[in-house]
Design a protein around this ligand. Structure first.
Ligand SMILES: [Zn+2]
Length: 215
């Protein structure tokens, strides 16, 4: 998967789980780089499918290692199912006495099977049926999370980063300038306030509206 494909994948994931993609720009850049490095060998299609499978089985936010693990399993599984023989008709140019050529073709085939560009021998016949059952290879369609989903998820898996207190603590305060998670300070003496500046609430509310419109 390229960097662009990783970005596309993260965009897709953000639609179903708003806990995964970092909000802070610097963090987001680091996240994309890390995901792209972890998923370098994984094709985008497979990663998309792995995300669907993950959320079909788990309520935890997906991590790149979850996708990489599914890819490793698939590679192992595919190589395990491969008999290591190949159809002579696939290699009409190959001389049966050419051991070097045979080994090279075998290696190439195993590489293709592991990478997903070739099907293990013996599995070929099953592919149309499997494809139909899964709806053209897609295991689960990604759909945006709705309100019910968010509520249920919040009950079972409250955000770790969520600060106690009024929800506007989640944003930085435009009045006293404290960062997200910190209590407001009086602008005159810098004393910690019990409540928050009203504008902070406005910022938070505006953000909720924007997020609602995006979803
Ligand atoms: Zn404030």
């Amino acid at each position: 998967m390229t960097l662009d494909e990783t970005l596309a994948l993260l965009e897709q994931i953000a639609l179903v789980d708003d806990r995964v993609v970092k909000v802070d720009q610097a963090e987001q850049r680091a996240q994309v780089t890390m995901w792209a490095a972890t998923l370098r060998d994984v094709p985008l299609d497979f990663a998309g499918e792995a995300v669907g499978r993950h959320y079909a089985e788990s309520a935890w936010p997906i991590m790149p290692k979850d996708i990489a693990a599914r890819w490793r399993d698939q590679v192992r599984d595919r190589l395990g199912r491969s008999t290591g023989t190949f159809e002579p008709t696939d290699h009409p140019h190959l001389d049966p006495d050419d051991v070097g050529g045979y080994m090279a073709a075998l290696r190439e085939q195993r590489g293709a099977i592991a990478g997903g560009s070739a099907e293990p021998v013996g599995l070929r016949e099953l592919i149309p049926a499997v494809g139909d059952r899964l709806g053209g290879g897609r295991v689960a369609e990604l759909v945006p999370a709705n309100e019910t989903f968010r509520e249920v998820r919040e009950q079972h898996y409250p955000r770790r980063a969520r600060p106690a207190g009024p929800p506007e603590l989640a944003v930085h305060c435009p009045v006293c300038g404290v960062s997200a998670g910190r209590p407001c300070k009086t602008t005159s003496r810098g004393r910690q306030m019990r409540g928050t500046h009203p504008s902070r609430r406005d910022v938070w509310e505006a953000q909720q509206t924007t997020e609602g419109a995006d979803a």
